[in-house]
Ligand binder design. Structure first.
Ligand code: PLP
Length: 231
């Protein structure tokens, strides 16, 4: 048992519980995804020993090696980085959930690769709520059309939306972006598109996860607060 890691994880879990309590939400509807990009397998194994079960990776090459070396079927891996179509075949083999689908081209390739291995791949649609040119994600105006188009791909299952808001010094500044993601979730949900489930909202990181929980996050992606600064 790594006592420093254990303490960080306990602290985060307490903050999640407290925030959920303050806004009248059930802690069980908020999933903690431990972000392990640039974190060595040894430390990830220790995090598993502390009870964490869901991990997020950002780079295909790095995650292929790590997931193989950790080789633990009781945990679940999520892909949270930018995904290129030519890496789709690895992504469907490695990940239980892909958070970052933002184009029909990528969706079609994931569908094709998932079909090859007889899998229905769970995905989220990444929305660029801040309309930043530096960030991936479909624009808020186009997300409904993307959802409708993906609804007809039989080897993909849309579970919800994901976003990375613009960076601000104060976490309160990002609240409107989280609120916008939630509004988009409602809009898409009201369309009742076959094969589209809008249960999940993946939003919130180390600096702003409490705001995200308040605004309805069901998945928060936390790296630094668990593992420390990445080297
Ligand atoms: C790195 C990363 C995180 C974790 O960020 P921290 O600030 O270290 O908690 C969350 N989401 C995505 C998409 C990331 O790339």
């Amino acid at each position: 048992m790594n006592p420093i890691l254990k303490k960080s994880i306990d602290l985060i879990q307490n903050r999640i519980r407290e925030t959920a309590h303050l806004c009248g939400r059930d802690t069980n509807e908020i999933q903690l995804i431990a972000v392990t990009k640039k974190i060595q397998p040894e430390l990830i194994r220790e995090a598993i020993g502390c009870g964490l079960i869901t991990f997020g990776e950002s780079y295909i090459q790095e995650s292929r090696e790590k997931i193989a070396s950790i080789s633990d079927s009781s945990i679940s891996w999520h892909f949270i980085g930018h995904l290129q179509s030519n890496k789709a075949k690895y992504a469907v083999k490695l990940f239980n959930l892909i958070h970052t689908v933002d184009s029909i081209k990528l969706a079609c390739e994931l569908n094709r690769q998932a079909q090859k291995i007889n899998k229905v791949q769970d995905i989220l649609l990444q929305v660029n709520v801040g309309m930043e040119s530096s960030k991936s994600g479909v624009s808020p105006d186009d997300v409904l059309d993307l959802a409708i188009a993906i609804g007809s791909l039989s080897n993909l299952k849309v579970k919800g939306l994901m976003t990375i808001p613009p960076v601000y010094n104060s976490p309160e500044m990002v609240a409107p972006y989280f609120q916008n993601l939630r509004k988009l979730q409602d809009i898409i949900r009201n369309e009742k598109i076959p094969n589209i489930d809008m249960k999940e909202l993946s939003m919130g990181m180390t600096g702003d996860f409490e705001v995200a929980i308040r605004e309805g996050a069901t998945m928060i992606r936390i790296g630094t607060a668990i593992f420390g600064e990445r080297g």
